[in-house]
Design a protein around this ligand. Structure first.
Ligand SMILES: NC(=O)c1ccc[n+]([C@@H]2O[C@H](COP(=O)([O-])OP(=O)(O)OC[C@H]3O[C@@H](n4cnc5c(N)ncnc54)[C@H](O)[C@@H]3O)[C@@H](O)[C@H]2O)c1
Length: 321
């Protein structure tokens, strides 16, 4: 038997079963969530391989991570040396093969699109080591469906971080239909190890976080569309009335309106219940490229460097009669 075959057999029988075995984490997608996930793993001493389709996305993500770590230095939560050590743990890759080589854990955080994720998971399955756990940060797509395109559904799990990842404590862990208890336990222990608070849920559309959050955001958009109230009024009512740190329309801008639309479509299709149908205004805004903070405008306008919240001209002057 060749050396490679022996290595392959050994790998095939030793799926990661405790967090000490995890040294290298590959993160696919360097957008809003990907760069935060890379930040947290790198800061916790993991070797992180950050993968995206084009170098500019990777450069932007690295610059973001640096800026966010500078903010942590200003607050006194990390030192300059810790920042440099964390950045030295990160390598960037535009080829999946190089970026997945030697990975013990893969966290997929690419665009929320079913066909794209199914394709990416087929590639991960082909290229990542047999012992690796394959996690997805999807907000809503079925873990079971993603797992089914791989040859190792027992090793596929949801690891749903919240935005911004370095700040938000929650990790919603999602058991796919075939995920083993051991794999879920490793992701649970790992989440605790990197300073997060994990909650385990089962695989139904939207899991828990978005099954509850997205209908609220959608209802806020429908209320705006019907002229019940303006952007500021809707957000202020939910902030001051319900003690939410941010109104639903601002939160939608922050999440990305395209992501919100995709999640609502998953809920709508998954449950077949019209109560989840996305607001026509949301669909229009996404089609018009008004994606929220990341595109510079959504319900609010985002001029670079300004912290002031300014309602988009499209919704200004929406006054009560
Ligand atoms: N934005 C949020 O608040 C939030 C919160 C929790 C979970 N999520 C989930 O995280 C995932 C990523 O969302 P995001 O907001 O970071 O999206 P984003 O649009 O900011 O970033 C997605 C990144 O994926 C990259 N990408 C696309 N196809 C790729 C491929 N084939 N290979 C490698 N990279 C590829 C894109 O170039 C982009 O950089 C989605 O599944 C989303 O549902 C988002």
């Amino acid at each position: 038997m060749s050396e490679t075959a022996i290595k392959d057999m050994a790998e095939a029988t030793t799926v990661i079963s405790n967090i000490q075995q995890i040294k290298t984490v590959s993160v696919i997608g360097a957008g809003t969530m990907g760069n935060g996930i890379v930040h947290v793993f790198a800061q916790n001493g993991y070797k992180v391989q950050m993968i995206d389709i084009a170098q500019p996305a990777l450069d932007k993500a690295l610059a973001n991570i640096g800026k966010n770590m500078d903010r942590q230095i200003t607050k006194g939560s990390i030192t300059e040396e810790q920042k440099n050590a964390a950045l030295a743990n990160i390598t960037t890759h535009i080829d999946m093969e190089g970026g997945l080589s030697g990975a013990d854990l893969v966290v997929e955080a690419a665009t929320e699109n079913v066909d794209l994720k199914l394709k990416i998971f087929k590639d991960i399955d082909r290229l990542a080591p047999a012992h690796a756990i394959l996690a997805t940060n999807t907000s809503s797509i079925s873990i079971t469906r993603i797992a089914a395109v791989t040859s190792r559904p027992a090793q596929v799990v949801g690891m749903h971080f919240m935005n911004p990842v370095p700040v938000m404590k929650l990790v919603e862990i999602i058991n796919g239909y075939a995920t083993t208890k051991e794999v879920t336990q490793v992701i649970y222990d790992l989440s605790v190890h990197i300073g997060k608070v994990p909650c385990v849920v089962n695989d139904y559309p939207g899991f828990i976080a978005n099954r509850i959050l997205m209908p609220m955001i959608n209802e806020a958009i429908i209320s705006l569309q019907e002229g019940v109230a303006g952007v500021e009024e809707i957000d202020t009512i939910m902030k001051l009335g319900m003690a939410h740190p941010m109104g639903p329309l601002q939160l939608a801008d922050f999440i990305g309106l395209d992501t919100c639309l995709s999640i609502l479509n998953v809920l709508h299709n998954g449950f077949g219940n019209p109560k989840y149908a996305p607001a026509a205004l949301l669909t229009n805004m996404v089609q018009a490229g008004r994606l929220g903070a990341k595109s510079g405008e959504g319900f609010y306008k985002y001029t670079s460097g300004s912290k002031e919240l300014v309602v988009s001209d499209s919704f200004a002057g929406n006054q009560w009669k």
